[in-house]
Design a binder for this molecule. Structure first.
Ligand code: 7PJ
Length: 279
């Protein structure tokens, strides 16, 4: 595995876990439906996350929650392009969370450094949309599609199946001429998985991802945290930080979180335990 991630304008060291702050530009995150208001709120929130220590930002214009409906590409672009443009100078790489090749191309042209595709670059044209750029690619495992993925997901061996999907997907990217140092793999917590599947994948993270590529984990506030704590999404901070730390201990490279400041604190304390404190 490479010691860095080629990520558009940036070359990120993978020596310590990186924190990716989530920036939602979806109507359900804000009560006002106005596009400009929404973009301004998202940009302000993103700047706060950078101040809190985010190493990257992940900008999403399509809700991918279980049961969510698809958003057309032009609406997704109306939401995210102003946000990408406003954040270009924020000092950290910008990832864009999308499955659509047209959105990928437009986001890269606007300055995005990474494409995060929960569909694993399986849409026709998705690989070609990113191949000739120098962006990073996050390839995530999903079983089914968001609308129906939580309808009784079943696996023979969830760890082996996720491993094979991710590594075969990475091979497909490599055959299209994409360098290994641009690729990140993600087990896709909550995407067509029961709580038991999710915890097995987190426990066996090194086996689920393999050793060839760095990993990205999205655990923040997910139902797997609620399944164990009994808490609603608004009160899953402690559980989410514990899950992020469990991932870091197992070698995760990028942690995708809502609560950047608390996750950064937890990682700093963990690092002080492991590496000691410099005098
Ligand atoms: C993930 C994501 C994830 C990656 C979402 C949510 C749902 N992208 N986008 N991994 N989750 N790579 O944050 O609850 O787990 S949207």
């Amino acid at each position: 595995m490479h010691d860095h991630l080629q990520c558009g304008r940036f070359r990120l060291s993978l020596e310590r876990p990186l924190v990716m702050g989530i920036v939602n530009v979806t109507p359900d995150s804000f009560s006002d439906g106005n596009v400009h208001f929404r973009a301004d709120q998202a940009v302000a929130h993103a700047r706060l996350l950078v101040e809190e220590g985010a190493d990257l930002l992940d900008i999403g214009g399509e809700s991918t929650r279980p049961g969510a409906q698809a958003v057309p590409a032009d609406e997704e672009l109306r939401r995210i392009l102003p946000v990408i443009e406003a954040l270009r100078d924020c000092g950290v790489p910008l990832s864009v969370d999308t499955c659509k090749p047209d959105v990928m191309r437009a986001a890269l042209a606007a300055g995005a450094d990474m494409i995060n595709d929960i569909g694993g670059f399986s849409a026709p044209g998705a690989v070609q949309a990113v191949a000739d750029a120098d962006c990073a690619l996050c390839l995530m495992h999903m079983r089914g599609e968001p609308r129906t993925m939580q309808d009784a997901p079943a696996y023979q061996d969830v760890v082996a199946e996720v491993h094979d999907y991710l590594n075969q997907g990475a091979q497909r990217l490599r055959r299209a001429g994409i360098d290994a140092d641009r690729i990140v793999l993600d087990p896709g917590f909550g995407f067509g998985k029961t709580a038991a599947h999710n915890y097995t994948l987190l426990r066996d993270l090194p086996q689920a991802v393999g050793r060839e590529y760095p990993s990205l984990l999205g655990l923040s506030r997910k139902s797997m945290i609620g399944a164990v704590t009994g808490r609603p999404a608004s009160r899953r901070l402690g559980g989410s930080v514990a899950a992020a730390l469990a991932g870091a201990i197992r070698g995760a490279h990028i942690l995708r979180v809502h609560d950047v400041a608390d996750t950064v604190d937890a990682l700093r304390v963990w690092s002080a335990v492991e590496q000691g404190v410099r005098a």
